[in-house]
Ligand binder design. Structure first.
Ligand SMILES: CC(C)(COP(=O)(O)OP(=O)(O)OC[C@H]1O[C@@H](n2cnc3c(N)ncnc32)[C@H](O)[C@@H]1OP(=O)(O)O)[C@@H](O)C(=O)NCCC(=O)NCCS
Length: 179
């Protein structure tokens, strides 16, 4: 996964009321509905944070939403839980991610995912978690994430995780590439 670069004039902002989120469409109605109707409310309640990638005309090109949660020790695969205490454990959640249909297949999904993981890693320097978790909206989303080191959580075929160790490895690889 390479460093995160976007075309000149494009920028990332935390979702706010003036962003034209009502016209966002990425081909998945659940994802569209989240951004259009729920993301800002959720953010106001401090349940999640959504970042939007805007082009030079302030059109929303893509977005991702991060949150936190807990998983039970027993839900994690043995290679991850082996050294962990037998209790609820903190996780970062990549709750939603989407690229507007007309901008898809240009490498932007990959880049916005890299940015979301960078945010997770940066947050981990202040608030620890054992893995990044995500729930796939459909099989197509699962295929997308499976390319990037996310593994299935045992017994939950649509729930994927990336251990903190893996996240750290990706971040190290990225900074080596950029150096
Ligand atoms: C999934 C999504 C984010 C991908 O965005 P994108 O900008 O088209 O993806 P990219 O162009 O960065 O693709 C990166 C790589 O993933 C591959 N890829 C993209 N979508 C894929 C999919 N659904 N399944 C398998 N591979 C996929 C590309 O071929 C590319 O591979 P390469 O690096 O070998 O060339 C986008 O299709 C989308 O928004 N879908 C609807 C919403 C959704 O499913 N969100 C995720 C769950 S919340």
């Amino acid at each position: 996964m390479t460093g995160v670069r976007f075309p000149t004039g494009w920028h990332v902002e935390t979702l706010a009321k003036p962003h034209n989120r009502r016209s966002f469409t990425c081909g998945n109605t659940q994802v569209d509905r989240w951004l259009r109707q729920s993301a800002l409310q959720s953010q106001k309640k401090h349940l999640s944070v959504t970042k939007v990638l805007l082009d030079e005309n302030d059109t929303i090109v893509g977005f991702y939403t991060l949150a936190t949660s807990q998983v039970d020790f027993s839900d994690l695969p043995p290679e991850l839980s082996r050294v962990l205490p037998r209790r609820q454990l903190p996780v970062a959640v990549l709750a939603w991610l989407g690229i507007a249909s007309r901008f898809q297949s240009q490498g932007l999904g990959k880049r916005i995912l890299a940015m979301a993981l960078r945010d997770c890693f940066d947050a981990s320097q202040s608030f620890a978690f054992v893995a990044v978790l995500l729930d796939c909206v459909d099989d197509s989303a699962k295929k997308f994430y499976r390319q990037f080191d996310f593994d299935e959580l045992p017994g939950h075929p649509m729930r994927l995780y990336l251990s903190f160790r893996m996240l750290e490895g990706i971040m190290k690889k990225t900074s080596d590439t950029e150096a």
